[in-house]
Design a protein around this ligand. Structure first.
Ligand SMILES: C[S@@+](CC[C@H](N)C(=O)[O-])C[C@H]1O[C@@H](n2cnc3c(N)ncnc32)[C@H](O)[C@@H]1O
Length: 155
């Protein structure tokens, strides 16, 4: 997910349901993200993630919020990673569409976002055999005419 969304030093990555924090840690350590923010509603996983972030001395670049992502503000994100259930993904679509900035890269395991053009898809053929398919979308991406497209393209 971090590779296909091309996370780099200008990015603020949000992992929506961050589990033990591994995506957040990889984003800042391996991909050089400026900042990473996670939401995790399970107390045990939240504590585990915070502990690992602290152990690795990354508290200045990683914040983890022990709450439901639906309570959160996503407007700072330049990249959002998702690995939720199908139902969770469906419920989150309006929040992503309204709460994330335009052109935020949204990368997911197994999320098809209706109304948003899919830019890139990695299938199991190009991933290890046990990796689910992943998709990368740009938030609020319409399907503009070619004229609009040149004025309205991802940064
Ligand atoms: C499959 S795990 C993915 C963890 C991590 N993103 C990763 O890829 O390693 C999904 C996590 O999302 C959390 N989660 C599910 N719905 C959530 C919500 N509405 N708000 C916050 N966390 C949520 C779950 O508790 C779980 O830890």
């Amino acid at each position: 997910m971090l590779e296909i969304s091309a996370v780099g030093s200008s990015d603020t990555l949000f992992d929506v349901g961050c589990g033990d924090g591994r995506i957040l840690i990889a984003a800042v350590k391996d991909f050089g993200a400026k900042k990473a923010v996670g939401f995790e509603m399970r107390d045990d996983l939240y504590r585990q993630a915070v502990q690992e972030v602290s152990r690795q001395g990354l508290e200045d670049r990683i914040s983890i919020i022990n709450n439901d992502v639906f309570t959160g503000n996503l407007s700072e994100a330049t990249v959002i990673t998702l690995y939720l259930t199908t139902t969770g993904n469906e419920k989150l679509k309006p929040k992503l569409a309204e709460g994330a900035r335009q052109w935020t890269r949204i990368v997911s395991h197994d999320l098809s976002k209706a109304g948003v053009r899919q830019r890139r898809r990695l299938s199991t053929a190009t991933q290890s055999a046990c990796t689910p398919s992943q998709t990368l979308n740009f938030n609020n991406e319409a399907c503009p005419s070619s004229k609009q497209s040149s004025q309205n393209s991802p940064p």
